[in-house]
Design a protein around this ligand. Structure first.
Ligand SMILES: *[C@@H]1O[C@H](CO)[C@@H](O)[C@H](O)[C@H]1NC(C)=O
Ligand SMILES: *[C@@H]1O[C@H](CO)[C@@H](O)[C@H](O)[C@H]1NC(C)=O
Ligand SMILES: *[C@@H]1O[C@H](CO)[C@@H](O)[C@H](O)[C@H]1NC(C)=O
Ligand SMILES: *[C@@H]1O[C@H](CO)[C@@H](O)[C@H](O)[C@H]1NC(C)=O
Ligand SMILES: *[C@@H]1O[C@H](CO)[C@@H](O)[C@H](O)[C@H]1NC(C)=O
Ligand SMILES: *[C@@H]1O[C@H](CO)[C@@H](O)[C@H](O)[C@H]1NC(C)=O
Length: 804
């Protein structure tokens, strides 16, 4: 025996061995006669098998009730091999009883039947837990009238047979014993099959694995030495499922289970410590090969049903060869605690309104070796990937496209049978709405929390002359050039400001790019803006601002401030690409914004799509958050208004026209001459003796948000009804009277999204509070807009307008 081992065993192990030896010998086998019962309580009372290997009784399931079950009692980890009431856990105090009239029933404390052994039980004399793990109800003559082996749940044990029409049904999850998603059954024609199940309908989907033993009635047998096979009723072996040779039932406990992931696995567990390697005992269950099917992810591929994982997810075999259900980019788990439930898109679906195609608002994210087979609704041959991409982007039904080998498949929603495997080839292109993901600033610099410099930029004083601002910006740049040009005498071809992505262009280059300054995008008193295309950058479209006159007198103080602005990099900020400073010519190069300004978009003719407006509002908010909180230097824009929000070809909002730090530093007098130009956007503290903080931008954002919601200017003089002239007043009145729908007019899209309209209006009212400290920070604004944080009822901001 173990005690005679020459190897010194750790004392704890010896103790354990001793205890086991004692408990084994202490087991008494007895027949449980009529009237015997077990109660669900904490003392773990159970009926043990004569060899002490199995127990029958109640097990308390994590945060649930009690499960009437059979388990391996000598193994530390709970290994349940049979259960009666996985779908209907029993409360504490429930009782299983072999009644005096021979019924075997589980009843709750009130006497309500939860489960019962069915069948012709007349003549039952006793119940017994057998050494094999089989619980039987037998007659006086030891004829078994009922056996748990005839009604297996998800597990079979050696000597157990699954006869014709018998089946195993997987549990719901590793620790939830309720009926699960897969089944293993011996069909009447002799075929052993694995199928996924439709839980709601309690029916099965098509077969994903079969033994192919069709023709004669058969059964599955787990023989004494641990081999599992399909055999004909006459005894001949038709198909070997799992063969165990050296690992006999003498040395190992064995079990085979259809697990909750749909895979049939055969496990062994050493009965004794491994003498040559004491570390391997006690050990976990070890898996025997083959596992069936070898790759569940690619095996389950059906016309109906979700596949191995839930809808919209994809299945990937992990390192441990177990399937993992994951969500593609743009999707989240419906229930993070139950990943098999599938995934849902975390963005608003593409509108199918042809006249307001949202094609530009989506992009396709490529996933190599991924497929969602069987959810195609279109298939085209001999096309390019570009064609395939465009076709999916322009099609509101298309949730994803698969492109490979010149073929394009379009997939509809919900995506099913998702799988990733190196054998798949080609790629999946999953469609995601732009702007829904959070940004990642590309400059590490912009994450530091160093707030040493506060830069106020803006054109409050001169808001009507945008180009004067440009001029000042240029002055700033000149200062920097001078500084940089004096030191190294070598003129680089593309000198770049340190730490910045700004490029220096030659005048010729920009002249060529703009085709000799022909296509004018706009002009002001000090500058003209031209459209251009950079040959050196594969025809990238740019906006080139050409300053007419140059007022010099640079100031080196600008350098730090300008470089702070030059370092900003965020997808919701218009990017400064470079400049030219040659002789008399002063030019600034920006990225080109094909859709013009938000002002044109909102107020120019037909009402833009509600969801596009939501995205623009969110984009603007994110851009502001970046300026306020994500950069090493806090930047206050000071002039947020629709004219300063530009839109690129996918309608991404980009904040522009910032970069005028010096203006506020040198000239602290805040005259009111320029304020009219941006009347309605300016926070009240500008007119009071109060410090100007980032909250002035929050105020302006509040006004902008209302304009975006209502597609009208904050002040409209030619409206008949005087109450409606000032948007903020009118909206607050409507909000107070709970009549927000009236102010929406004919905006049906917004009307059908009233909850959001109301939320956004409340956020806007918070933003326009007269008291800056009441206004939320942009981070909070975004959280409220995204619905992550509740919006409290806002107070009346009314006094603000009278103060102007
Ligand atoms: C097991 O899963 C089912 C199906 O999701 C659920 O209804 C049940 O509450 C779960 N049981 C436990 C004990 O968590
Ligand atoms: C259990 O009951 C059966 C039938 O009466 C009998 O043959 C068997 O010996 C009993 N076993 C024990 C251990 O009492
Ligand atoms: C179990 O089946 C295997 C494979 O057919 C066979 O080699 C072995 O002898 C069988 N064991 C018993 C006890 O019948
Ligand atoms: C058992 O049945 C199978 C299939 O019907 C047949 O091929 C085989 O010869 C039979 N074996 C015996 C021993 O009768
Ligand atoms: C016991 O452990 C040794 C060394 O780890 C190993 O080679 C051997 O196969 C093990 N024996 C059994 C029966 O698991
Ligand atoms: C479709 O979009 C157009 C243009 O944006 C709009 O006028 C029309 O009302 C929309 N139709 C529906 C059914 O939403």
């Amino acid at each position: 025996m173990a005690f005679a081992l020459p190897n010194p065993l750790p004392s704890s192990l010896l103790l354990l061995l001793l205890m086991m030896a004692c408990s084994t010998s202490a087991q008494t086998y007895r027949n449980h006669s009529l009237g015997s019962s077990l109660t669900a309580q904490d003392d773990d009372s159970s009926w043990a098998s004569p060899n002490g290997l199995f127990s029958f009784g109640f097990r308390r399931i994590e945060n649930g009730g009690y499960l009437l079950a059979i388990w391996f009692s000598k193994i530390p980890e709970l290994t349940i091999v049979w259960s009666a009431n996985g779908d209907d856990l029993a409360p504490r105090g429930s009782k299983v009883e072999l009644t005096t009239d021979g019924q075997f029933e589980l009843k709750d404390p009130e006497g309500k039947k939860i489960w019962g052994a069915d069948g012709a039980l007349s003549g039952v004399a006793y119940a017994a837990m057998l050494d094999s793990g089989n619980l039987v109800l037998a007659t006086q003559n030891s004829v078994n009238l009922w056996e748990s082996f005839n009604l297996p749940t998800d597990t079979i044990l050696p000597t157990n047979t699954i006869g014709p029409n018998g089946k195993l049904v997987a549990r719901y999850s590793e620790t939830n014993y309720s009926v699960g998603r897969f089944q293993f059954s011996v069909q009447a024609d002799g075929n052993l099959v694995l199928q996924a199940r439709d839980l709601a309908a309690d029916s099965s989907y098509p077969v994903y694995w079969s033994s192919g033993t069709v023709g004669t009635a058969s059964e599955v047998f787990f023989n004494e030495s641990g081999s599992i096979y399909v055999k004909a009723l006459n005894g001949s072996i038709l198909k070997m499922i799992s063969e165990s040779n050296s690992e006999s039932t003498q040395e190992f406990y064995q079990r085979a289970i259809l697990e909750y992931d749909g895979v049939f696995r055969h496990y062994i567990y050493p009965k004794r410590p491994n003498i040559s390697n004491s570390k391997s005992w006690p050990s976990a269950w070890t898996l025997l090969l083959p596992i069936i099917p070898s790759n569940i992810c690619t095996a389950v591929m059906e016309l109906i049903g979700s596949g191995a994982c839930g809808f919209n997810s994809y299945c990937e075999l992990g390192e441990d060869q177990r399937p993992q259900c994951k969500c593609p980019k743009g999707y989240d788990y419906i229930d993070p605690n139950d990943v098999w439930k599938g995934c849902k898109a975390n963005f608003i679906q593409q509108s199918c309104n042809e006249s307001s195609s949202e094609k530009d608002l989506f992009y396709l994210h490529p996933m190599l070796n991924t497929n969602w087979p069987q959810s195609d609704y279109e298939h085209t041959n001999g096309k390019t990937e570009d064609w395939c991409r465009n076709s999916c982007l322009g099609d509101c039904f298309c949730a994803a496209a698969i492109y490979g080998f010149g073929q394009c498949w379009k997939k509809k929603s919900p995506l099913s049978n998702g799988m990733v495997d190196s054998t798949i080839g080609g790629k999946a292109l999953i469609k995601i709405r732009k702007d829904d993901s959070t940004f990642t600033p590309s400059y590490a610099d912009c994450k530091k929390k160093d707030r040493s410099t506060l830069i106020l930029i803006g054109s409050v004083l001169l808001s009507s002359s945008v180009f004067f601002n440009l001029l000042l910006l240029l002055v700033a740049f000149l200062a920097v050039f001078r500084f940089d040009y004096f030191k190294p005498k070598v003129v680089q071809r593309y000198p770049v400001m340190p730490g910045m992505n700004l490029r220096s262009f030659t005048y010729e280059e920009l002249k060529n790019a703009t085709d000799g300054f022909t296509e004018e995008l706009g002009h002001g008193a000090f500058a003209t803006v031209y459209k251009g295309a950079l040959e050196s950058n594969r025809g990238k479209l740019v906006a080139v601002k050409k300053l007419n006159n140059i007022v010099t007198q640079g100031d080196l103080e600008f350098k730090a401030e300008v470089s702070a602005i030059g370092r900003t990099n965020h997808k919701n900020l218009v990017q400064l690409l470079g400049f030219s400073n040659e002789g008399q010519h002063r030019l600034i190069v920006y990225e080109f914004m094909s859709r013009g300004s938000l002002a044109n978009f909102l107020f120019g003719g037909s009402r833009p799509n509600w969801y596009q407006r939501i995205q623009i509002a969110l984009g603007t908010a994110r851009g502001l958050l970046y300026l306020h909180e994500e950069c090493s230097t806090q930047i206050i824009h000071c002039d947020i208004k629709p004219q300063n929000i530009l839109l690129d070809d996918s309608l991404t909002a980009k904040i522009s026209d910032f970069g005028l730090a010096k203006l506020l530093k040198t000239d602290q007098t805040r005259t009111t001459t320029g304020i009219r130009g941006t009347k309605g956007y300016v926070a009240p503290e500008w007119f009071r003796n109060m410090p100007v903080t980032v909250k002035v931008d929050v105020y302006s954002f509040g006004i902008l948000l209302l304009e975006i919601i209502y597609c009208r200017k904050s002040f409209e003089a030619d409206i008949q009804n005087e109450d409606q002239m000032i948007l903020t007043d009118w909206v607050y009145d409507c909000y107070k009277e709970r009549k927000l729908d009236l102010s929406l007019g004919k905006d049906e899209e917004a009307m059908s999204d009233m909850k959001r309209v109301e939320r956004y209006v409340m956020i806007a009212i918070w933003c326009i509070q007269e008291d800056p400290s009441l206004r939320p920070a942009m981070k909070k604004v975004i959280q409220m807009m995204e619905g992550a944080v509740e919006v409290p009822v806002p107070p009346d901001p009314s006094s603000f307008i009278s103060s102007i």
